[in-house]
Write a protein that binds this ligand. Sequence first.
Ligand code: FES
Length: 161
Amino acid sequence: MKQNAERKTQDAERNAQDAGRRTQDAFEPKIVAFLCNWCSYAGADLAGTSRKQYAPNIRIIKVPCTGRLDPIVLIKSFEMGADGILVSGCHPGDCHYRSGNYLARRRWMIFNEMLQFIGLEQDRVQFSWVSAAEGGKFVDVVNKITEDIKKLGPAKEYNAS
Ligand code: FES
C-alpha cells in the first residue's frame, strides 16, 4: 500500500516536470524568410537537395531582390503573426540588380533602429548574405534565428492576431 502511494507521488512529480518542460519547449516560432531569388533562395534549395536538416520554423517567401522589400511588408508580417523575420540576399557585389542588396542593408539598418521604438526586440529581424553555393550557411542562419527567437518568446507587442 505504502509503496503504491510513493509510486503514485513519484509519477505525479514526474508528470508535473514533463508538463513544465513541454510548456518551455512548446513555443515554436513562426519566422518569415524573405529570400532573394538569385542567391539565398537557391542556397535554401541547395540545403534541401543536399538533405541538410534545419529548423522547420521558417516560411520562405521568394522575392526578386532584397532591395525590392518594403519595410511595411515586414511590419505587416508581425501583424499577421510572425515572431521573427529573416531577410537574406546576395553577397555585396553579387546582386543581380547591381545594388539592391546595399539598398536593403541600408533600409534594414534604419528599420532596426525603429524596431525598439515600435516595441519589438532588434533580434526579431535579422539580415544575412547567403549565396547559391552556401547551403550550409543557410542552415546555420536559419538555426541561429530560430534559437534567437525562441529565447525572445512570442512577439506579442505588434501581433494583431
Ligand atoms: Fe539578390 Fe539583389 S538579386 S539581393
